[in-house]
Design a protein around this ligand. Sequence first.
Ligand SMILES: Cc1cc2nc3c(=O)[nH]c(=O)nc-3n(C[C@H](O)[C@H](O)[C@H](O)COP(=O)(O)OP(=O)(O)OC[C@H]3O[C@@H](n4cnc5c(N)ncnc54)[C@H](O)[C@@H]3O)c2cc1C
Length: 567
Amino acid sequence: MTFRAPVSEYEFLLNHVVGYDSIPATDRFAEATPDTVSAILTEAGKLCDEVMAPLQRNGDLHPAHLENGVLRTSPGFADGYQAIREGGWVGISAAEEHGGMGLPQTVAVAVYEMMAGACLSLQLAPLLSQGQIEALEHHAADAIKELYLPKLISGEWSGTMNLTEPQAGSDVGALTSKAEPNGDGTYAISGQKIFISWGDNDFCGNVCHLVLARLPDGVPGTKGISLFLVPKYLPDADGNPGKANDLKVVSLEHKMGLHGSPTCVMQFDGATGWLVGPEHGGMAAMFTMMNNARVGVGGQGVGAGEGAYQHALAYALERKQGKTASGFIADHADVRRMLMEMKADLFAARAILMACARAIDMQTATGDSSWAARAAFLTPIAKAFGTDTGMRVSETGVQVYGGMGFIEESGAAQYYRDVRVTAIYEGTNGIQSMDLVARKMMDGGEMAFALIDEIEEQAERARATHPNMAEAVWQACESLREATEWLVAQQDMQDRFAGSVPYLRAFARVLGGHYHLSAAMADRGGAREKLARFYITRMLPEHAALLAHAQAGAEGTFALCLDELAG
Ligand SMILES: Cc1cc2nc3c(=O)[nH]c(=O)nc-3n(C[C@H](O)[C@H](O)[C@H](O)COP(=O)(O)OP(=O)(O)OC[C@H]3O[C@@H](n4cnc5c(N)ncnc54)[C@H](O)[C@@H]3O)c2cc1C
């Protein structure tokens, strides 16, 4: 089964749904015209289809492994990475002064989503480098930028993020890794980090770790954490990889999926590191990388879902069972329902992802705080709904296959197993939802209400051509407004948190209705209008049940005591 990168889907979304034209209208991104972007997406599509997709099964069947302490990646991954490098895809959105292409995040996110559909485990390596590049661009000292950025941007060296420790997962503030000043401007980093994606590889000249650790005078909790750049090899006087640093990969995790991506236990034993950002200001610096990665991981979910959808559709168009118009199972009503739900949800999740990336670009280009607030609000939705969609679509993909979906050789199960972690890493989807209803509503819900107003205005405009769909979206939006008013009125945060996951999902459902309605208006009589009708009639109504749950408060959630839970 071949993978086909969804280039035309992106062209339609950017040009007709998410308002991409505002980006090249800025001075900063004036060169990223729709034609240029189309050419870039087409080129990236070739990389995905011809180079990365053939590696997808290799990663699953031949996981990365340690050989006498040396990390060996899956067959073909080194060549695949080389092709990514040579195409300049690692530094696609990095600043031009250090060798990047300087393109908008919107383009980078689209390219990386397509790469995720082709081979998720390999895509994660340059995705992490990209996040590190952005963190260094914003927070590193000039000397570090000059030395590291060109090599990271060219892909000669790779980047990782090291937050997690056995006792410090979601609760990053509980970390115990230490940093001691060496007296020469460097620091000695000690501690163990677990679950470090691409903690090592055999195809880059150096692996650069961004590590969170605590200085001797760092207070407990997140406020006492600092960020350090700790390379595998210490650069020599010419900036080339020199002496090995005091760090190693202790072991690799045996995982449910994503086998091509080595997930490492890292040991730092007084390794030399350089401070990035101010002392004790590590979380703010790391958040630059984390926010970048959150949007990127949302794209991983959508990409893996796209791969699963294409796979399932191909099977449904060749499998014969029972009597149907075409002879194939794709014409059974229930199989059709599954395929339509997959396609409609992918469209919604992809549009939300693009709207979020566009807000990030507009913030970068204009410095306007309202774009920053929009990007911040949409980020947890893009991450959680994108990855939930990836899980749901790939799970439905297994169902489309019937028994063959449960058999590994069909490949359907791999999408399901691979994408599962995207709802867990980069902040679990529960943590994303809590972020949405707490930090992202510290403005009293101002950004949420601004988006709701926009959706209703668009629904009003759509009444002339699509009265029924417009009314459904408008009504859903009113319900979302009421739920948001209820939410911001809750003083006890447990009442917000208990319903945060259904609230985030309901918000995404309504945003999905909004973007589908835009698609219907742009493609009258076309397939996208029909898909929009399916989504708005059959999937958007889910918002009502979700919002009822979101407004039920915490009391019922805690109704059973712990003994009763076990009883
Ligand atoms: C394959 C893989 C790759 C990874 N790659 C990296 C990497 O490259 N770098 C890195 O640093 N880390 C990485 N991680 C770690 C990942 O980010 C963490 O697993 C994740 O943040 C969750 O932490 P945890 O596993 O300790 O779960 P826990 O924090 O123990 O969470 C368990 C459950 O409790 C919930 N929970 C926890 N705290 C709260 C709270 N305050 N309120 C409500 N619910 C809560 C969670 O949502 C979850 O459902 C990776 C993990 C995996 C599995």
